[in-house]
Design a protein around this ligand. Structure first.
Ligand SMILES: [Zn+2]
Length: 490
């Protein structure tokens, strides 16, 4: 059992055949925000991301560029890492499926399940789409074209290796029913339970080397390589020491959260979970499947040409507004529509007007009239009392939202305090108090505003890691920041 203050979060492994877009950036940013939040809560965070580098598409993409597969993925991995640097992603480990530390775990797991009898060989026949690297059943291809890419499919019969996924169906259903927080949000949980109402088949886990050579060889069948599932999903355990560094593994496993997009829900909730059961390992505490960013033309895809490039948005608006927008606008778990107008609207309303203005209309006054110093005052005005109470409620609501992946709600809580503080400035009119030289009340007003900004800035920092330190500096508390549980008024 992992230590209770540890928080181990993962992103999907991104497939190294093409550059990343906002969909990938989004999963990774969510993991980064969660990691920063848990660090601020005083937890031990381990944040894993990486790259999935085997398979036919990588082999083909490499060939098209005149490179070996590894030369090709080396270059792409550099690009992935450059993007994570640009987005200030604080991952602790980046695993590549081509690394020895990973490959030896895949071989170990395959051997273990082969000896256990959970992997067997059988004839397999179906309709195969080469570009998509997948088989379809007779029923799925009435026109003999691939439902995904619309290219012609070929009938193929071959010997392959299968994982006895079906043996674990009931155990998985029981686990989902007994652990309501295991698959989130609830619509995804229901989707998986619906899927499991049909008999679960076994999982084809191999490809003949004759057709695919860029992969990890099956230890018990040298003419075959293992196909994506055992190759990629096992990264979540190989990266944290299984089975060769069990001290580390026991400290971090089970993972607190696998963050994924909803398109890979079945592979995680069903394939990966049953693989773990077969290996005799605990399941992750949570698999959270988020929705997609869509534009007017539907899901982003290269063929539609509606891909949003995170690099361009960051260059135009800055990193923190980009991070803020993505998580303020989307109800995490559902789809959201991206439009640039909306982005600009949020930017102006929430960041510039609310947060920015609060500082701009008070801090220069503080400097001019009180030498830039907040004098500690107990609240006496009814509005000050109201704000102290609200700040405590906001903190509690924020923590509750963050623990439940409700990022937009967490931000809403913070903004309710920001907006109340702006109203407080209007009500108390510190410029008038300064003119009247009513320093007793003026100090209380400044102190309330300063404390309010300090509260908000602590809470918003996981979302805005660059602007938050600026705000701290402006209110003179860059040196004495606290962990969120210790954040208290006064
Ligand atoms: Zn296809």
């Amino acid at each position: 059992m992992s230590d209770k203050n540890s928080f181990y979060v993962t992103t999907p492994l991104y497939y190294a055949n093409d550059e990343l877009h906002i969909g990938h950036a989004f999963s990774t940013l969510a993991a980064d925000i969660l990691s920063r939040y848990h660090r601020a809560m005083g937890n031990h965070v381990h944040f894993l991301t990486g790259s999935d580098e085997h398979g036919q598409k990588v082999e083909q993409a490499a060939k098209a560029r005149g490179l070996s597969p590894l030369e090709h993925t080396d270059k792409l991995v550099e690009k992935f890492k450059t993007l994570w640097e640009l987005l200030d992603i604080t991952y602790d480990d980046f695993i590549r499926t081509t690394e020895d530390r990973h490959k030896k775990v895949v071989v170990y797991a395959l051997n273990y399940l082969w000896e256990k009898g959970d992997i067997y060989e059988a004839e397999y026949s179906g309709w195969y789409c080469t570009p998509c690297e997948r088989f379809w059943t007779e029923k799925e291809v009435p026109e003999k074209v691939c439902p995904d890419c619309k290219r012609p499919v070929q009938e193929l019969t071959e010997k392959n290796y299968f994982f006895k996924m079906s043996s674990y169906q009931q155990q998985l259903i029981d686990h989902i029913n007994n652990n309501p927080g295991f698959i989130r949000p609830e619509i995804r949980r229901n989707e998986v339970l619906g899927f499991l109402r049909q008999p679960l088949g076994d999982l084809c886990i191999s490809r003949p080397k004759a057709r695919l050579s860029w992969g990890i060889e099956l230890p018990f069948a040298p003419d075959y390589v293992t196909y994506v599932w055992f190759d990629a999903l096992t990264n979540y355990i190989s990266a944290v020491g299984y089975p060769f560094d069990m001290e580390k593994f026991n400290r971090l496993w089970p993972a607190s959260c696998h963050l994924i997009g909803k398109d890979i829900l079945t592979t995680h909730a069903v394939y990966w979970s049953t693989m773990l059961m077969a290996l005799g390992l605990q399941l992750p505490q949570c698999i959270f499947a988020h929705g997609w960013w869509v534009t007017g033309e539907g899901k982003m895809s290269k063929s539609v040409g509606n891909i949003i490039n995170p690099r361009e948005l960051v260059a135009r608006y800055g990193l923190d507004p980009f991070r803020f927008y993505l998580f303020r606008e989307m109800v995490f778990g559902l789809d959201a529509t991206y439009t640039e107008e909306n982005f600009v609207l949020r930017y102006n309303a929430d960041l510039a007007n609310d947060y920015g203005n609060l500082c701009q209309r008070t801090l220069p006054l503080l400097i001019k009239n009180r030498g830039g110093i907040f004098h500690k005052k107990q609240p006496t005005l009814p509005q000050s009392h109201e704000i102290v109470k609200l700040a405590e409620q906001v903190k509690a609501g924020y923590i509750d939202a963050m623990e439940n992946f409700l990022f937009h709600d967490a931000l809403k809580h913070i903004w309710s305090l920001v907006q109340r503080l702006n109203k407080y400035v209007d009500e108390c009119a510190p410029w008038k108090l300064a003119k009247e030289q009513n320093f007793e009340v003026l100090d209380e007003v400044f102190y309330t505003i300063g404390e309010g900004i300090r509260f908000c800035t602590h809470l918003v920092e996981p979302f805005m890691p660059h602007l938050a330190p600026e705000f701290f500096k402006q209110i003179g508390c860059a040196e004495n920041r606290v962990k969120i549980p210790d954040l208290a008024w006064g």
